[in-house]
Every structure is written in C-alpha cells, then in structure tokens.
Design a protein around this ligand. Structure first.
Ligand code: PEP
Ligand code: MN
Length: 355
C-alpha cells in the first residue's frame, strides 16, 4: 500500500519527541500536580489513561469521563497538549468531544483488527494524529495492518509506539523489546515517527534509562514514559512509574548522538546496536537454560541418577543440528556451540549435586 504518512507537529524539534504522564488519571489533583511539574520539562504531549485495559478484572479500570475534563484543565492551565488511549468508537467520540489533541491505540487493541477497524471508521473525516502501539504479540503484519486501517480512514499524521511484546516466564523485561521488529517496520515506513514506551518494556524503574538510551541509539524519534507524583501509591503500574524529578534526571542523562547521525543514516550504528541487543538476548536465554540445568541437577541428586547421560546428549545434538540447518548455521558451528553449552550445564549440575 502506497502511503504518505506525515510526522506529528513538534514544539521542540531539537529534542527527542517526549510523551510523559501518569499511567492512569486517578484524581484531578494527581493529574494537575503531574502536569504542572512536567510543563517546564519541554515535553510534546501529556499522557494519561482514562479507560484502562486491565489483564485481570477487579483492578482499577480508569476514571472515565471526569478524567477527560481534567485533561481539558491541563491544556488550559499548562498549555500542554494531551493524549489518551482509545479502544472503541465510544472512546473516540468522547475524546474528540473533550478536545484531546492526539489519540493512541493500545497494545491490546492493535491486536484485534475488528477493534482497529471500528476506531478507524469513527475517525473518517476527523483530523487528529493517532499513535499506534505494537500488538502484544510479535506480529509485524498485525502492526502494519493497524497503520493501514487508520491511514485508509484518512488519518495521515500517524506515529508508532514500541512497548515490547508479552513474555511467559522469567524475563528481565515486563514486555520483551525484540528491537528487530520496530526496526523492520521503520524500513517499511521510513518517514513514520517511532517512539519507545520504555515504561511498559521495563515494568520497573531501574532499567528505564538504559532502555531509553538504547531506543535513541537505534534512531527512535522519542519516548513515552509513565510519570506519577507518588509512584508507590499509583492505582496502576506502580512498579514502573517515576516522579517528575526522576524524569528530569532521566532526560538529562540521555546522550543524543547528533554528530553520529550520518553514521546512523548509513545503517552501521543501527546494525551494531541490533547485534548488541541480540547478544544480550542470547546471554539472557543461556542464563535461563543454566537455571533449568540446575533444576535437573537437583532432581538427579534426589533420584540418585548420574549427571552424564550419553543418550540424552546425542539427542540434543541431533535436534540442534537439524534446527541449525534451517537457521543456516553450519554443522561445525552447532557442534562447537552445543559442546560449550553442554560443558557449562554439566558444571552447573555438578555444583548443585556436590552441595
Ligand atoms: C498504557 O500505556 O498505560 C498501556 C495500557 O499500555 P499498553 O497498551 O502498551 O499495554
Ligand atoms: Mn501503564
């Protein structure tokens, strides 16, 4: 599909495009306190969730319409532009009635073409920028489909927000970044604005800076970050929100690689960034694999089974050689890699069994 997507207007073109504000609008006071503290920090958009898509029922599901009037007060009192998440046509109508400046579509909505189409239909003839978060599952086509549906409704100012992808089990991320996916998307739509929601990727505060920097190093255009005046007592996503003051520090610590831009253009920096990220993923996965090996060690100890079982090792190697072939990896490489992994596993099991 041939598209002519425009960037969103900016007040601060020399900075990353910054969206900041609470996960959820909770009270008028909380919204105003946050907005006033952020108003001097040169952000482009103030965010607050009015309707919250919650994974399980019985958690706070958003304040609804009153929150929209608080966002109107934010505009009046601070001059900030505001954005909120819409998940159906009712949300769109209400947001438009309350002069919300920019809409965003959340990860749990992008995943559903029916919902995206419903939103698109309610936007026909409307002139408002729309930001589209990636779907919760790592499906590039689904993300592209959402862009196309919104564009076909006549919206030309479209931006993307990368918020990571659901993971099952232990992970250092709440939502694993899989940076290759937004980078692929940017190749499809080079003009589109791409932001990183470091809050939902991290799910915690101690890695927000690092992930924000990674995004900028990969040539992202900006960030969406959750800010709360009292994060510990936030009604949603308490573990990942930071105070306006901490956000100021985060911004000041960002390294903007302006002079590196030419390099980024030629792709080398971006490709090296991708390699570093993939290496990080490989090491995280290897760490998890050794954890499982230790559990096996415990089991063998309990049952009195020996560590080295030649038959099992032959099976692992055979499986991996087949897998390796389909991934274009040489037999020589798979043999060496698997041997190194296996040796390390045995060391971990040994340690457990000799404890
Ligand atoms: C949010 O931004 O608060 C939110 C619910 O995000 P996501 O759609 O990325 O889960
Ligand atoms: Mn949130």
């Amino acid at each position: 599909m041939n598209m002519n997507i425009e960037k969103l207007d900016r007040d601060y073109p020399n900075k990353p495009y910054l969206i900041a504000g609470p996960c959820s609008a909770e009270t008028e006071e909380q919204v105003m306190t946050t907005a006033k503290a952020l108003a001097s920090q040169k952000i482009e958009l103030f965010r607050a969730g009015i309707w919250k898509p919650r994974t399980r029922p019985n958690s706070f599901e958003g304040v609804g319409i009153p929150g929209l009037t608080w966002l109107q007060s934010v505009k009046q009192e601070t001059g900030l532009k505001v954005t909120t998440e819409v998940a159906n046509n009712k949300h769109v109508d209400l947001a438009l009635k309350h002069n919300i400046d920019v809409l965003w579509i959340g990860a749990r909505t992008t995943v559903n073409p029916f919902s995206v189409q419903e939103i698109a239909n309610s936007l026909v003839g409307v002139n408002i920028p729309v930001l589209i978060k990636n779907p919760i599952n790592p499906d590039l086509k689904l993300w592209m489909g959402a862009i196309e549906r919104i564009y076909k409704a006549g919206i030309t100012k479209i931006g993307l927000i990368h918020r990571g992808f659901s993971v099952y089990g232990k992970s250092p991320f709440r939502n694993i970044p899989r940076w290759q996916i937004p980078i692929e998307l940017k190749k499809e739509f080079p003009e589109i604005m791409l932001l990183c929601d470091n809050s939902h990727i991290c799910g915690r505060t101690d890695t927000l800076q690092e992930v924000a920097q990674k995004a900028l190093d990969l040539n992202f255009d900006g960030l969406m970050t959750e800010i709360h005046p009292d994060p510990d007592n936030a009604w949603s996503d308490a573990a990942q929100q930071i105070t306006p003051k901490q956000y100021d520090t985060l911004q000041n610590n960002l390294v903007l690689r302006k002079e590196g831009n030419a390099k980024i253009q030629d792709g080398l920096t971006s490709l090296r960034g991708q390699i570093d990220l993939l290496d990080d993923e490989i090491l995280n996965i290897l760490g998890r694999r050794m954890g499982v090996a230790e559990e096996i060690g415990l089991y063998k100890k309990k049952e009195g089974i020996s560590i080295l079982q030649a038959k099992r090792w032959a099976e692992i190697l055979e499986r991996s050689l087949i897998k390796g072939k389909t991934n274009n990896l040489s037999e020589h490489f798979i043999n060496a890699l698997l041997k190194a992994i296996h040796d390390e596993s045995i060391d971990h099991q040994n340690q457990i069994m000799n404890k």
